[in-house]
Write a protein that binds this ligand. Structure first.
Ligand code: 5AD
Ligand code: SF4
Length: 446
C-alpha cells in the first residue's frame, strides 16, 4: 500500500474536528503525533481502524451531537474499529462517555494530548485509555510533528487554558488553567514555519493578552513585534483578546510594525455594564469603549470584530438595546453572535435561563441586522482603496479569485485574463464594490 513501509502494520485513522481554531490546531498536532506513531490518515470512517472526534462543548447540545455521531457508526465496532473522543466534550463528560457509549476505547481532554502515544499503545492492546488531566496541568502540548493543513498560513499556540471564569463559559473547565509557552519556543517555531514557506502566522490562545513569558523576556506586544520581525513572515494575527488585559502597547505595536495585521478581535459579549457584571467579564461598558477608542485613534485603520451573547439570564430589553448602541459606537467590521446556552459546571447554570428561545432568536436577528448595516457602511468607505490581498483560491464558476485582506476580510477579485495567480501569493487589488461581509474588486499591477 502507498506510503506504508514494508513490514509495518497499516494503522489508519479518521479524525473529525468540531469547534474553534484552538481545536483545529490541536487536531493538527494530534494528526502529527499519530503520523509519527506510524498511523496513516484516511478520509472516511469506513477506511479507518481508529475513528477520532475532536469535540467542542462551548454551546448548544454539543455532547448530544457527539453521541449521535458515535451512534451512527456504532455498527462499525463489529469490524474491530476503535473509537476515541478527544477535546472539550471528552474533558467535560469524562468516564461517563464509556457508560453512554461502551464501545468507545479512548477519552482524552486537550490537556492530556502529550500522553497520546502511550494511550494509543493501550488501545491497540485492547485496553481502554483515559486522559483527563484536571486544572493542575502546567504544560502546553508542544510537538515537533504538527501537521498543518494550510501551507501558507498557520496557527501557533502561545498560551493555553483560561483563568477568567466568565459566568457562561465552559472553557476554564475543559481546557485547564492558563499556561504560557516561553517566548523563545514560540519564536523558534515561528522561524521553523518561515523556513517551511509560511508567510502568515496566527498566534492562538483563549486569552492571548494574558501571555506571561515564563522566561520573563517578552510582553505579549513585544512577542507580537518579534514574530513580525521573523524574515519571511509578512502577516501576524492573534486571537482571542480579552478586553480586561488588552493594553495600549498592542495598538502601538500594530502602528509600528506593518507585518502585524491591522485587525483586533475584542469580544465584548454585552453592551450593558449590569449584564457584563453578571457575566463576570471584569470590565464595564465604559472601560471597553475606552479600549475601542485607543484602537480607533491608531494611525493605521485597524478593523475591530467582536462576539456577542444575547439572552443572558436576566437581560432586559433595555439592556439588550445597550448592546445595539455599543455596536454603533464601536463600528465593528463584523460580529459573531450567539444565543446564550447554559453550560454544565459554569456559574451561570444556577441562574434561571428564563428568556424564551423565540425571544433569544428575535434578539439575535435584530443584532445581526443592526451589524449588517454597520458593516455595509464601513465597507462602502473602502471602495476605491487598493489593498494587499493574500490569494486563497479561485471560484472557477464565477471566474473570480478569492483572497483575504490584512483586516481579515474576504476579497473576491478578477485578475487580467490569462493571469494564473499562486495560492498563498500576495497581490494588490482595487475595491470596486462592497457587501456587509466582503469586498469585490480587480487586481492591479504592483
Ligand atoms: N452561550 C452562548 N455563547 C457562548 N460563548 C461562550 N460560551 C457561551 C454560552 N454558554 C460565545 C462567546 C465567546 C464565543 C467563543 O462563544 O461569545 O466569545
Ligand atoms: Fe471563556 Fe471568558 Fe475564558 Fe474567553 S475569557 S475562554 S469567554 S472564560
Amino acid at each position: 500500500m502507498d506510503g506504508v513501509p514494508q513490514g509495518t502494520t497499516d494503522k489508519t485513522f479518521y479524525l473529525e474536528t468540531f469547534g474553534c481554531q484552538m481545536n483545529v490546531h490541536d487536531s493538527e498536532k494530534v494528526i502529527g503525533t499519530l503520523l509519527q506513531e506510524g498511523y496513516r490518515q484516511v478520509e472516511t470512517v469506513e477506511d479507518a481502524g481508529l475513528i477520532l472526534y475532536n469535540t467542542c462543548s462551548i454551546r448548544d447540545k454539543a455532547e448530544q451531537k457527539v453521541f449521535n455521531r458515535l451512534n451512527d457508526y456504532k455498527k462499525l465496532k463489529k469490524q474491530g474499529k476503535k473509537f476515541g473522543v478527544l477535546g472539550c466534550v471528552a474533558q467535560q463528560e469524562g468516564a461517563k462517555i464509556f457508560e453512554r457509549a461502551p464501545y468507545v476505547d479512548m477519552v482524552c481532554g486537550s490537556a492530556s494530548y502529550r500522553n497520546l502515544p502511550a494511550m494509543l499503545v493501550q488501545i491497540e492492546a485492547g485496553m481502554r485509555a483515559t486522559g483527563l488531566d484536571d486544572r493542575e496541568t502546567d504544560e502546553c502540548f508542544e510537538t515537533a510533528f504538527t501537521a498543518r493543513t494550510n501551507q501558507h498560513r498557520g496557527y501557533l499556540t502561545i498560551i493555553e487554558g483560561c483563568d477568567k471564569f466568565c459566568a457562561y463559559c465552559v472553557v476554564p473547565f475543559t481546557r485547564g488553567k492558563e499556561r504560557s509557552r516561553s517566548s523563545s519556543s514560540v519564536l523558534a517555531e515561528g522561524r521553523q514555519m518561515a523556513d517551511l514557506g509560511y508567510t502568515e502566522i496566527q498566534l492562538l490562545g483563549q486569552n492571548v493578552n494574558s501571555f506571561h513569558d515564563p522566561e520573563g523576556k517578552k510582553t505579549f506586544a513585544e512577542l507580537l513585534t518579534a514574530v513580525g520581525e521573523i524574515p519571511g513572515i509578512k502577516r501576524v494575527r492573534f486571537t482571542t483578546s480579552h478586553p480586561r488585559d488588552f493594553g495600549r502597547d498592542i495598538v502601538e505595536a500594530i502602528d509600528a510594525s506593518p507585518a502585524l495585521c491591522n485587525h483586533v478581535h475584542l469580544p465584548v459579549q454585552s453592551g450593558s455594564t449590569r449584564v457584563l457584571d453578571a457575566m463576570q467579564r471584569l470590565y464595564t461598558r465604559e472601560q471597553y469603549l475606552e479600549r475601542i477608542s485607543w484602537i480607533q485613534s491608531a494611525r493605521r485603520d485597524i478593523s475591530i470584530t467582536s462576539d456577542i451573547i444575547v439572552g443572558f439570564p436576566g437581560e432586559t430589553e433595555a439592556e439588550f438595546e445597550e448592546t445595539l448602541s455599543l455596536l454603533t459606537e464601536a463600528e465593528y467590521d463584523s460580529v459573531f453572535t450567539f444565543k446564550y446556552s447554559p453550560r454544565p459546571n459554569t456559574p451561570a447554570i444556577h441562574l434561571d435561563d428564563a428568556i424564551p428561545d423565540e425571544e433569544k432568536a428575535r434578539r439575535l436577528a435584530v443584532v445581526n441586522e443592526h451589524q449588517r448595516a454597520i458593516g455595509l457602511a464601513r465597507n462602502r468607505k473602502r471602495v476605491g482603496l487598493v489593498l494587499d490581498v493574500m490569494v486563497e483560491g479561485k471560484n472557477e464558476a464565477r471566474g473570480q479569485w478569492i483572497g483575504r485582506t490584512a483586516q481579515n476580510m474576504t476579497f473576491n477579485f478578477v485578475a487580467p485574463s490569462g493571469a494564473e495567480l499562486a495560492v498563498g501569493g500576495y497581490v494588490d487589488a482595487l475595491v470596486t464594490t462592497s457587501f456587509p461581509n466582503s469586498l469585490v474588486g480587480e487586481m492591479v499591477w504592483k
